[in-house]
Unconditional design. Sequence first.
Length: 331
Amino acid sequence: MVIIPSILEKVGNTPLVSIKMKEFENINLYTKLETYNPTGSVKDRAASYILRKLLSTDKISQNTTIIESTSGNFGVALSAYCKYYGLPFIAVVDPNITLINEMLIVSNGAEIVKVDHPDEYGGYLLNRIEKVKELQSQIHDSYWVNQYENPLNANAYYQSLGKELCFQIEEIDYIFIGVSSGGTITGVSRKIKENFPNAKVVAVDVEGSVIFKGQSQKRYIPGIGSSMKPKILKRAKIDEVIITDEVSTINACLELLRNYSFYVGGSSGSAFAAIKQYFKQNKPDRPVNVVTIFPDRGERYFDTIYDPKWVERIKDIKDIRSLEKENTIIY
Ligand SMILES: Cc1ncc(COP(=O)(O)O)c(C=O)c1O
């Protein structure tokens, strides 16, 4: 009998599940269900790995205050692993944080600092970073995780998720990965290309994000996209980029639940939408193995993606936006 001392030691080795899509007979689709990590998302891998590495290399001590700007899964995961390692943690968040994430972070004993003034672009990211720097200067023994620049974020995925995929699948022809901080795709793509040099790595982003192109626009679904370009992405091995829109993301989530019984978060829907979009235009003439990652579960989106009223509101807003775009051309 194997008994583990804490559930937080059970990171990784998540299930790999196959999806047979009727409309694409040559595609063997496999997805890693990252919700089976202890705090419910792919971010357990980064949070646990980063803290362990920092402690084992004496970059931080037991007294170091960990600081990060995050309103999402990374904040939830960091709050759990900081508690596990006995480290104080401050999450710098903004008013867009969901009630459930705030509750989870606070329940883990972390401090929340909420930035409520929008920056010059109308978002909060720049002011959140300013606040992190201010806290760093005030707290003598502190460490800013900085997921967008910290190479440990990508290493975490190279060492765990990338390795697992190479071990679990005989041949990988394509992999589709949603991007936010860039940690997952940077680590996984490097590992996959070492083992399967011909594999095509497709990055998935959403409209309104500036990671690969375009201008920052209000986005409604957290977990994917960013309003700044992550520096760690420079080391990623990306062959193609697909930009999905948020309505396709919602529809893909609903389809995954209806047809395949996956109750997943927004970025999983974006990846699934991107796969369908890509292969509609590039029908393979031989069987191919396509891999993707479903980073989290649907419960955290019960009042957005899975709430029909919210979906109607978003669709209306999007319609207004496209009308405004048309009007811009007319004027
Ligand atoms: C739900 C979800 N999907 C995808 C990602 C993207 O992962 P990364 O930040 O490694 O690019 C995140 C990151 O927070 C996430 O929470």
